[in-house]
Design a protein around this ligand. Structure first.
Ligand code: MRU
Length: 343
């Protein structure tokens, strides 16, 4: 089965799958300027925290090349680095990716490109590792087999350099033969679950049901789910986790039903400088994403929309955080700001 690569450096250029068009059309975007990259990030042509980390790092290469071509001053070039870094606020990986390569700018484009390529390679290796840790942890806790998993948003190859975080664990459980099926929350308003997760699960021939976001609570409460897994955009030192809007509701339902709620994210998403979830900036997006569907206005002209793109799930609702280093058993008081449990 061919691997999905939503963001890659191909033939000396940055290539993205335009995720706004999936699953109807598979169109590549060749990114050559900072404007093109920032636009792609803002409209979610490239999205998902780890993919944004790679976009940030490769974005610095794009800006450096453009600086040479258009004879920018260093000041202008540095402003463009910042424009990439700040294109979206909640996923810490975007700023992390830019910051990781900035110290190499004085050594030239080739050096920065090598570091960006390394970030992408490490993301892929980390995802495979998280898949193994997460799958083993779930096997040790969940006695119902085969396992019925629920996930929210898209955390797969499209949201990373390949394989995925929470969806990577689901892929690993499928490979181990312990997965029954997956419930994919459709994830309003931009339908990352109904469009993107479903597309990836179909690609891998994993049995799945797309469900309305509002259906997740009762499906979990009825005992039809054994574990819920999500990714993260930022994990605070105490374990509070920002992720796609609607994640908090899934966590509450899991607590009610007494099943594990698992966050899967690389260490680059863990931001120990942010002490609690209250300090995480939440992105508010255009109200028209809520008021319209497929470009068609569905709410009355007088209605206003409110569109927070993320919520923060309190650590007390999170059973475990799986990273490439191991498993933080948050429900046992092991938080990123304290120490890592034995993997
Ligand atoms: O707005 P998006 O689509 O970028 O939001 C993505 C999410 O919330 C993901 O769950 C998160 O970034 C983790 S991706 C491995």
């Amino acid at each position: 089965m061919s691997e999905i690569r939503a963001i890659s450096w191909v033939s000396d250029g940055l290539v993205l799958i335009d995720q706004t068009k999936l699953p109807q059309q598979e169109i590549n975007l060749n990114i050559e300027t900072v404007d093109q990259l920032v636009d792609a990030i803002k409209k979610l042509a490239v999205r998902g925290a780890p993919a944004l980390g790679a976009a940030g790092a490769w974005g610095v290469v794009i800006a450096m090349r453009q600086a040479v071509k258009e004879k920018w001053s260093n000041e202008k070039r540095n402003e463009e680095f910042l424009r990439i870094r700040n294109a979206r606020p909640t996923a810490v990986n975007l700023a992390w990716g830019v910051d990781k390569v900035l110290p190499f700018v004085d050594q030239g484009i080739d050096e920065v490109l090598a570091k960006a390529n390394q970030i992408a390679a490490e993301d892929e290796a980390g995802n495979r590792q998280m898949g193994k840790f997460g799958s083993s942890w779930i096997e040790s806790k969940v006695k119902n087999r085969p396992i019925r998993a629920l996930t929210h948003c898209n955390t797969g190859s499209l949201a990373t350099t390949t394989w995925g975080t929470a969806l990577g664990v689901i892929r690993e459980m499928n490979a181990r033969g312990i997965l029954k099926h997956v419930f994919a929350d459709e994830t309003r308003p931009l339908l990352q679950g109904g469009r993107l997760t479903a597309w990836e699960l179909a690609h891998d021939n994993i049995e799945h049901f797309v469900i309305a976001d509002g259906a997740a609570t009762s499906i979990i409460a009825r005992g039809e789910v054994d574990v819920a897994l999500i990714g993260a955009d930022r994990v605070a030192a105490n374990g509070d986790t920002a992720n796609k809007i609607g994640s908090f509701a899934v966590a509450l339902a899991c607590k009610y039903a007494g099943i594990p709620f698992v966050v899967v994210a690389p260490e680059s998403t863990v931001d120990v400088a942010t002490l609690t979830g209250a300090d995480i900036e939440i992105e508010y997006r255009d109200e028209n994403e809520i008021l319209s569907l497929n470009g068609q206005r569905i709410s009355p002209a007088k209605s206003k929309g409110l569109n927070p793109a993320f919520d923060v799930t309190p650590a007390e609702l999170i059973s475990a955080l799986v990273t490439e280093k191991g498993v933080y058993e948050i429900s046992n008081g092991i938080t990123p700001g304290s120490k890592l449990a034995k993997a």
